[in-house]
Design a protein around this ligand. Structure first.
Ligand SMILES: *[C@@H]1O[C@H](CO)[C@@H](O)[C@H](O)[C@H]1NC(C)=O
Length: 370
């Protein structure tokens, strides 16, 4: 993965997040209701942001970008299938971005279904992919691990670069639903770059739809459709106001987070999200792909499709003592915690707070607009 951090920053960042989440700061008020989460979010960002001033200075010294909000020198490339833009395919537009790019570039993709597979390489920074709306601009392909050899290489769209943003566009892997056979993983989007953000997007797939692989990521107002392990990997991500739409599969899991050790600072946090779908109440909130897997759902509404036990240890009881799984003020028929695994938590205010703001993903360093 592209590392924009100096080793000093990585060390500091590891030390400040041990397995048990620490309270953010006593100055930050914890919202009591779901409505207040929305209202207070910006205040939280400011409060938590102050804590990260030291990170910010270190990151800038390490050579990352001075002013991410600056549009000076921005280039706009238009993709249109009918030929009225600069290019007819998304790949041509990405190919036109010079290697080692650090200038802001927006690739606008007009309405259409683009049958392509794209990889944004590590060295092409600061690209924004802007669709005309997630219902009208779609990039799609069809490949499962059985064909490409690995899950990683199945992605319709793969991001290895830092500072990548996508808005109002959908990504699909149209592989058929898994039928119990091997190698049916089929990724719609992989994000392996640090500081990647997705606003108003949609990801469509079945097994392994969203490979939230590595780095700090922000997903907002985004739809994720899938069945088995459909958000998975070792990223550190905040999902805000997102919908997770479950396709019936006779089981499955919303997440498979892969945090590997106590010193690793990753995990998924879902705030103010909605889990929808139909079928039996057999879907896990998470399965422990990594022994220190970390997943929190806060203020999230669950349809009646959640396995009452909630969480699965991936067949390894030792993981029950090392994972960190929790709910905070969730609601809806699938939220009932009466029969949840004894090793999962209803979080206290102080435990939940660090997971519920942009501070969780060091947003003050890089999130430039909502
Ligand atoms: C783009 O996404 C935002 C959410 O991030 C949404 O409010 C807006 O309506 C979308 N615009 C279009 C054209 O789809």
């Amino acid at each position: 993965m592209a590392r924009v951090w100096s080793s000093v920053v990585v060390l500091v960042s590891c030390l400040s997040f041990v397995s048990v989440p620490q309270p953010v700061s006593s100055a930050v008020n914890i919202p009591a209701t779901r409505d207040e989460v929305v209202a207070s979010f910006q205040t939280w960002v400011e409060g938590v942001g102050a804590k990260h001033a030291a990170f910010e200075i270190a990151a800038r010294t390490a050579g990352s970008i001075d002013d991410l909000s600056s549009k000076v020198g921005e280039t706009v490339i238009v993709v249109d299938q009918s030929g009225t833009g600069n290019y007819k395919t998304i790949n041509e537009a990405f190919n036109a971005v010079p290697l080692h790019n650090k200038n802001p570039i927006t690739i606008k993709v007009n309405a259409g279904t683009y049958n392509e597979r794209v990889v944004v390489p590590k060295s092409k920074w600061r690209i924004t992919l802007q669709g005309a709306g997630r219902d009208v601009t779609k990039i799609t392909s069809k490949s499962a691990a059985g064909e490409t050899g690995t899950t990683y290489t199945t992605s319709t769209f793969g991001v290895s670069a830092p500072y990548f943003t996508a808005r109002n566009i959908s990504f699909e892997n149209s592989s058929p639903p898994p039928n119990g056979g091997a190698q049916q993983q089929a990724v719609a989007l992989r994000t392996t770059g640090d500081f990647n953000a997705f606003y108003g997007c949609a990801f469509y797939g079945q097994q392994d739809t969203l490979y939230d692989d590595r780095g700090r990521h922000y997903f907002k107002d985004t739809l994720v459709v899938g069945s088995v392990d459909f958000i998975f990997g070792d990223g550190k991500s905040l999902y805000k106001n997102c919908e997770l739409r479950v396709l019936p599969s006779g089981g499955g899991s919303l997440t498979a987070q892969k945090r590997l050790s106590l010193s690793e600072d990753t995990g998924y946090s879902f705030v103010n999200c909605k889990v929808t779908g139909s079928g039996p109440a057999t879907v896990y909130l998470g399965r422990a792909w990594g022994p220190y897997s970390r997943v929190v759902f806060a203020f999230t509404e669950f349809a009646n499709i959640i396995n009452p036990v909630g969480w699965y240890n991936w067949g390894d009881a030792a993981r029950e003592g090392t994972v960190f799984y929790g709910q905070y003020k969730c609601f809806g028929p699938g939220a009932n915690q009466a029969n949840r695994a004894s090793w999962s938590h209803e979080l206290t205010d102080a435990q939940a707070a660090p997971f519920m703001s942009l501070g969780y993903i060091d947003g003050s360093l890089w999130v430039t607009g909502e």
